[in-house]
Design a protein around this ligand. Structure first.
Ligand code: GDG
Length: 488
């Protein structure tokens, strides 16, 4: 894939976390690639186009401040932004994860709208913008990621008015009624609208964002063309659903090592039917609700005791935020209670890992599971659902999927869609999956695999890079309320 033909520009990428973290081993530092969809999605573009990725290393200080990566075959540079402990508390844990994250996931009761946190959020966004401006060369494209950096486009635009800025928002964008609760709703919208292109995972998030721009900022919105007009600039707003590296998933799934591991997992669980949950331990992922659904299932269908079990992998996440510590206690207690209620000497209904599993090894879990329970209360996309599908190379398996995950807009026909708040419905959906004719399960999985293949990571990168490139070919200019395209 030659991305350079699509987009000849150099990229300046910014995200809260740097794509590599570092561990001190003896006297030297070992670079480790961060877990998660963002790095997997963006790194290939940077490797092809070259450029720089600006992010926080995850530590208060970092030496050196800059390095070339990937370590074994350097293709682009990393520039670290240093954050003090106070900045981490207020910008990252306080505002980004204590206000914006719950707000965008419809958890208004968990929002802490502290003015001090907001001020530090703005100051840290300015710090990121300063780092970007320092690196900027003529013709570069700035590509900013996620809810931590919503004000960065505005600060960059002030320092470099003509620069092209693309933004990708990885989490849901809530409806206007909810977003209005944010005391700094106008600042966040204006900050984002200093981009030239804003990408979301789904059409629903695009609609919500356009509604917010129109209602809260009172600016002209063209829904058909996906444009917001601000002064003499038009901002493109697009649904660009992120795909995964299907070829990599299939390669892992076909490896004898992973297949052997999948066998070992199945044997150890001693269950005829294995369901799998994989997520960061986060209150948006519906982990507790899923446990209650399993409890209801076993209560209602006693013949499934001994035959069915859930394997839940929950990777530790944001462990310093009090809501996450509370959730951890609740999950521990709930699993303990349910296992205590139903377990027998040679069988437990829930097997629970509180640890991160390396990406490659996850494949063995995907392969060992007869069904995936992807039941978040809200989720921007959910890449685990796509990875599960891509790993089912024999077309076996089925997904029980929350209607509130972004991926439901793509999988709604083939998955069993549920409302995660309706515990009885989730329990019944598991039963339906167990009772489904194997041929129907195979048909559904086959169709899902075709979808995931068609809209994979390369497809997404092509789409987004094409959109980015078109920002330079024909800048959208607004003149006396008439829109026309003009060469730069
Ligand atoms: C945010 C949005 C959106 C590897 N080991 C573990 C693990 N991984 C990998 C998975 C997957 C990724 O991490 C998790 O991605 P998700 O999309 O499922 O969820 P978030 O981390 O919440 O990501 C989300 C995404 O950004 C991309 O835009 O889809 O909606 O919230 O690639 O293979 N994941 C977990 N445990 C491991 O041990 N959970």
């Amino acid at each position: 894939m030659n991305f350079k033909e699509l987009c000849p520009a150099r990229l300046v990428v910014a995200s809260n976390r740097s794509p590599y973290t570092f561990r001190q081993i003896g006297r030297s530092m070992k670079a480790e690639r961060a877990i998660g969809g963002l790095v997997a999605a963006v790194e290939p573009a940077l490797c092809f186009l070259g450029g720089i990725w600006i992010g926080w290393s995850g530590r208060p200080q970092h030496q050196p401040e800059r390095m070339a990566v990937p370590p074994d075959d350097p293709k682009y540079e990393l520039q670290f932004v240093a954050l003090s402990n106070d900045e981490i508390n207020r910008y990252y844990e306080g505002f980004a994860n204590g206000a914006l994250w719950p707000l965008c996931h419809y958890a208004l009761d968990k929002c802490d709208f502290s003015r001090e946190h907001w001020q530090v959020y703005a100051a840290v966004n300015q710090k990121f913008a300063a780092a970007i401006l320092q690196e900027l060369r003529p013709q570069d494209v700035v590509w900013i990621h996620d809810y931590h950096l919503a004000l960065v486009p505005q600060f960059v635009r002030t320092g470099a008015p003509g620069v092209r800025i693309a933004y990708f928002w990885h989490i849901p964008f809530p409806s206007v009624d909810l977003f209005r609760a944010l005391p700094w709703r106008r600042d966040v919208l204006r900050g984002l609208l200093n981009s030239d292109l804003i990408g979301f995972h789904t059409e629903t998030y695009v609609r919500n964002f356009l509604d917010c721009a129109e209602t809260i900022l009172n600016v002209p919105v063209d829904r058909e063309r996906g444009l917001v007009t601000l002064g003499n600039r038009a901002v493109k707003v697009r649904a660009l659903p992120l795909g995964i590296d299907v070829a990599y998933c299939q390669q892992l799934a076909s490896s004898p090592e992973m297949q052997a591991k999948a066998e070992t997992i199945r044997r150890a669980l001693k269950s005829e039917i294995v369901a799998l949950g994989v997520e960061r331990l986060d209150y948006t992922k519906g982990i507790l609700e899923r446990m209650w659904a399993v409890e209801r299932l076993l209560e209602k269908y006693p013949d499934l005791r001994h035959r069915f079990s859930l394997l839940q992998i929950a990777a530790p996440s944001r462990t310093k935020v009090s809501e996450y510590r509370r959730l951890k206690r609740l999950v521990d207690e709930t699993i303990g209670r349910i296992n205590g209620r139903f377990a027998q000497l040679d069988w437990a209904p829930i097997t629970y890992f509180y640890k991160a599993i390396p990406r490659a090894e996850l494949t063995a879990y995907y392969q060992a599971a007869d069904m995936a329970l992807v039941i978040p209360l809200r989720d921007g996309m959910n890449l685990v659902a796509k990875e599960y599908v891509a790993s089912r190379t024999n077309d076996e398996g089925i997904i029980i999927l929350s209607e509130f995950a972004g991926v439901a807009e793509e999988f709604e026909q083939e998955a069993i869609l549920v409302n995660p708040f309706d515990i009885e419905q989730v329990a019944e959906a598991i039963k339906q999956a167990i009772d489904m004719e194997p041929s129907e399960r195979r048909q559904r999985m086959h169709r899902l695999r075709e979808k995931v293949k068609r809209h994979d990571l390369t497809w997404w990168l092509r789409r987004i890079l094409r959109e980015i490139a078109s920002l330079s070919e024909s800048r959208v200019v607004v003149e006396s309320n008439v829109m026309r395209h003009r060469a730069p």
